[in-house]
Design a protein around this ligand. Sequence first.
Ligand SMILES: Nc1nc2c(ncn2[C@@H]2O[C@H](COP(=O)(O)OP(=O)(O)OP(=O)(O)O)[C@@H](O)[C@H]2O)c(=O)[nH]1
Length: 176
Amino acid sequence: PPGTPGCLVLCPGAGTPSVMLLGDSGVGKTCFLLQFKDGAFLSGTFIATVGIDFRNKVVAVDGVKVKLQIWDMAGQERFRSVTHAYYRDAQALLLLYDITSKVSFDNIRAWLTEIHEYAQQDVVLMLLGNKADVNSERMVRTEDGASLAREYGVPFMETSAKTGMNVELAFLAIAR
Ligand SMILES: Nc1nc2c(ncn2[C@@H]2O[C@H](COP(=O)(O)OP(=O)(O)OP(=O)(O)O)[C@@H](O)[C@H]2O)c(=O)[nH]1
């Protein structure tokens, strides 16, 4: 509810709440956003986000309509200096890794260090293990994701931008 620390519901005087998607290039940030926005999955060629992209979506949180502005940040290292400047404007961050990529999981600690350096102190943060639909190529166990999240005191869930599993739930959890 409004007034709660870290709350994203349109509090008086607050601008459009903004959510940022972070994580290595290829973990599925753009697909995650498109699945949430349009309920569709873009398969096939991977087109890396250049710089920053954003979309708006209105969601109903406990019967209250909330407009979320969602920023899709390029995961590639070369865009990092651009994306840093946006961290402080975000009220919530969804940090993604790919459960089929150990590297993307190992890099989560570095992402968290960056977040602590650049984001607002009271930012709402959630860790997401994406691509949970491809269990056959899994490289990161669910328990490992959960224990890393516990270590940093952040909520965690596995998601799939392909099937839509937990996508809406993740946005609703941070919007609440
Ligand atoms: N099977 C499966 N594939 C996915 C999923 N999410 C994304 N992909 C695929 O992974 C690739 C990368 O997805 P993107 O959404 O473009 O990745 P990104 O994190 O936005 O990458 P950058 O824009 O470079 O930061 C694409 O080929 C997608 O089709 C998922 O949940 N399941």
